[in-house]
Ligand binder design. Structure first.
Ligand code: GMT
Length: 378
């Protein structure tokens, strides 16, 4: 039987792919018998029920009036150091280089222990913040001083080397799916609830509606799709671009055909009534939402950028298109929605790919093996 580890995990706990990956990883490691300590500013949103071997340590920030900015990073490092010492952690697995990796390095020094630091790069810490000269040295420092650094795609690894040139090996460890949760279920009642007719196809987009997700392209493509194929568009999530998107839906006379569902849990039920997913981002280091759809047998059209081509295989599980090429996106969508044989081919390939390459069992073991390696166990 392998040794049970004590693992601290820090992530952004609010909705977002990195928070999902970190929390699901913690839950699955706990299922394998490891003791997990989440250290973050609020309870990770996917951590809904109690587990006997998962603990949550909240970071409290002093609001002393002299501080122009509350010192969250210092408070996080102090809390990490306290938990490392009291709980005798074997390692800290932090998600995002800054501030989390840098805080972990400080915490290690404060604790006076040899706790190991694993850092996972998720994307925007490199693809956006990496361009900021006021932060790039700190990101490189966080990467180089970690014991192990993983990134969620090979594309993100290349971008990190191009941009920051860290003197450090980076290991690819993909996002993963718990296929016990993400699988096609019988959710046909939802079609009735949403007023979707039998003959209508369902196109879905799920995101945090940031500008990089290019949700207006989703709406523009849908406007072309629904002229050829009776369809409804489910927009799931919320964020800064929502008002722009609402306005566009009105301008394109799509009210009634586009359903704004806001933030939703149990996405597998929505995917189970969907025929096609659109992920048309201009930056995407992996695209966890595509994987979630694929696990439920939904073919995806994605943009040919970042890590998306490592997830959506062009002509095998869906199609890849260039960013902003709305006409070609719509043509490919119409092809998928009107060719049943092609749809079934993409759908079954998607499920198979998820099971063979992105299954939680495989990826959680990859992380576990990295932990054992740096701890020189086994
Ligand atoms: O996509 C977002 O806006 C959220 C972001 C995050 O930091 O949580 O997601 C990033 O990490 C996910 C998990 O590794 C990846 O699947 C997403 O592709 C990545 N987002 C971007 O690169 C924009």
């Amino acid at each position: 039987m392998s040794k049970k580890l004590k693992i601290g995990i820090t992530c952004y706990p609010t909705v977002g792919g990195s928070g999902v990956v970190a929390t699901e990883l913690g839950k699955l490691l706990a299922e394998k018998g490891h003791e997990i300590h989440f250290i973050s500013s609020s309870l990770p949103f996917r951590l809904k029920k109690m587990y006997h071997n998962i603990f949550y340590h909240q970071v409290e920030v002093n609001q002393y009036s002299v501080f122009q900015y509350p010192p969250y990073d210092i408070a996080l490092a102090s809390k990490m150091a306290e938990v490392i010492q009291r709980e005798e952690l074997d390692l800290l697995h932090v998600h995002y280089a800054i501030p989390h990796a840098v805080c972990a390095i400080l915490a290690k020094q404060m604790s006076g222990t040899d706790v190991k630091i694993v850092t996972t790069l998720h994307g925007t810490d490199i693809t956006v913040l990496g361009y900021d000269p006021s932060l790039s040295d700190a990101i490189r420092f966080g990467i180089e001083k970690s014991d192990v650094v993983t990134a969620v795609s090979n594309s993100l690894i290349s971008q990190t080397y191009d941009l920051l040139k860290p003197d450090k090996r980076l290991d690819p460890v993909y996002n993963f799916i718990d296929t016990r949760v993400y699988q096609k279920s019988d959710s046909l009642h939802l079609k009735e609830v949403y007023g979707i007719k039998d003959e209508e196809k369902v196109v879905i987009h799920v995101s945090n509606f940031r500008a990089v997700k290019r949700v207006p392209d989703v709406v523009k493509a849908f406007a072309k799709i629904e002229q050829k194929v009776p369809a409804k568009l489910l927009l799931v999530g919320d964020g800064p671009e929502m008002s722009v998107v609402c306005k566009l839906v009105g301008e394109l006379n799509l009210r009634g055909k586009v359903l704004f569902l806001g933030k939703q849990d149990n996405l597998e039920e929505l995917y189970s009534i969907s025929d096609l997913k659109l992920l048309l981002s201009e930056k995407e280091s992996f695209g966890l939402v595509a994987l979630e759809a694929m696990a439920c047998g939904v073919p995806c059209i994605g943009t040919n950028i970042g890590g998306i081509p490592e997830v959506i295989l062009d002509g095998e599980t869906g199609f890849l298109c260039e960013v902003g090429d709305v006409s070609s996106i719509a043509d490919k969508a119409i092809e998928i929605l009107s060719n049943k044989t092609l749809h079934t081919y993409f759908s079954s390939n998607s499920v198979r790919l998820v099971n063979e390459k992105f299954n939680a069992d495989i990826i959680v073991k990859e992380y576990e093996d990295l932990y054992f390696k740096i701890l020189k166990i086994g």
